[in-house]
Design a protein around this ligand. Structure first.
Ligand SMILES: O=P(O)(O)O[C@@H]1C[C@H](O)[C@@H](CO)O1
Ligand SMILES: Nc1nc2[nH]cnc2c(=O)[nH]1
Length: 295
């Protein structure tokens, strides 16, 4: 039943196009790379030179950011000579947005000519080797809400974006992952840089101890509340994807522990470690090879 409600109120192709055309008419920037900033990681957006920024509330059809640490600005500019667009703030289903709304910007990016998506997030570390401040290059994901029928591609398929049944076994680009890991080593972060599996849950509560143990037994290295819907939609429309999680807290796995996760700690860890992610992304963008795709 829920699906029927969602279907009748999904964005039309024309609405994605309207937003894309609006943006293209307001700026001369023509980004090839889009960056989504996770909780507390908005400083990445400040790296862009020759900026032109829009508040989400001024962009036709755009949802609004409601979470602290997500400024709600779309910034166009150049990073190390490459044209980029950066979302300072993303949307989450726990804010009350259906997944087709959460992922709206991704298809708009495709229509304005973006070919590579870099998604970042704040995540809890389940892997016992991980420390707060580590950066995990996402190798693969588990779409937990997908197990319960929640997927941004549910509803009539829009063939102009991609196929009905997109594969997801190659969601995270191998070459970009290799490049990110190599740059991490080159920058001297070998202790900090990891590669692992991200699992997305619906939130907004943090996990119980039993849930953390369960996720860990499934092979999850880091847990969060975002990213996966964006990646599914990005892959559906042919974008190349790199994902990176900043480990902002260690998931509580022990019934004797007094620790509890909280958003303030997540934002603080973002502030403390933003500089590492900034260096990594800056060098990565310089080294990325672009195909100059036109959609
Ligand atoms: O947008 P991300 O996934 O980085 O945000 C994470 C998940 C929740 O929104 C929030 C919890 O602190 O951080
Ligand atoms: N679900 C979830 N999201 C997070 N975002 C940052 N830390 C966490 C966490 O521990 N769990």
């Amino acid at each position: 039943m829920a699906h029927c409600v969602e279907d009748s109120s999904r964005y039309t192709y024309e609405e994605y196009k309207q937003t894309a055309d609006w943006l293209l008419s307001k700026t001369e920037h023509r980004p090839a790379v889009a960056i989504v900033c996770g909780s507390g990681l908005g400083a990445l957006g400040e790296l862009l030179k020759d900026q032109m920024a829009f508040n989400y509330s001024d962009i036709p059809n755009f949802p609004h950011s409601t979470v602290p640490g997500h400024a709600g600005r779309l910034i166009f500019g150049n990073l190390n000579g490459k044209p980029c667009v950066c979302m300072q703030g993303r949307f989450h289903s726990y804010e009350g947005y259906p997944l087709w709304k959460v992922t709206f910007p991704i298809r708009v990016f495709r229509l304005i000519g973006v070919e590579t998506l870099i998604v970042t997030n704040a995540a809890g570390g389940l892997n016992q080797d991980y420390k707060v401040g580590d950066i995990m290059v996402i190798m693969d994901h588990i779409n937990m809400p997908g197990f319960a029928g929640q997927n941004p591609l549910i509803g009539p398929n829009e063939e102009r974006f991609g196929p009905r049944f997109p594969p997801m076994s190659d969601a995270y680009d191998k070459d970009l992952r290799k490049l990110a890991l190599a740059i991490g080593q080159e920058l001297g972060f070998s202790e900090k840089i990891r590669e692992g599996v991200y699992c997305s849950l619906g939130g907004p509560n943090f996990e119980t101890i039993a849930e953390c143990r369960f996720l860990s037994s499934l092979g999850t290295d880091a847990v969060g509340m975002s990213t996966v819907p964006e990646v599914i939609v990005a892959r559906h429309c042919g974008l190349r994807v790199l994902g990176m999680s900043l480990i902002t807290n260690k998931a509580v796995m022990d019934y004797n522990s007094e620790a509890t996760a909280n958003h303030e700690e997540v934002l603080q860890a973002g502030k403390d470690s933003a500089k590492y992610l900034e260096k990594l992304v800056t060098l990565l963008i310089q080294r990325i090879e672009l195909n100059n795709n036109v959609f």
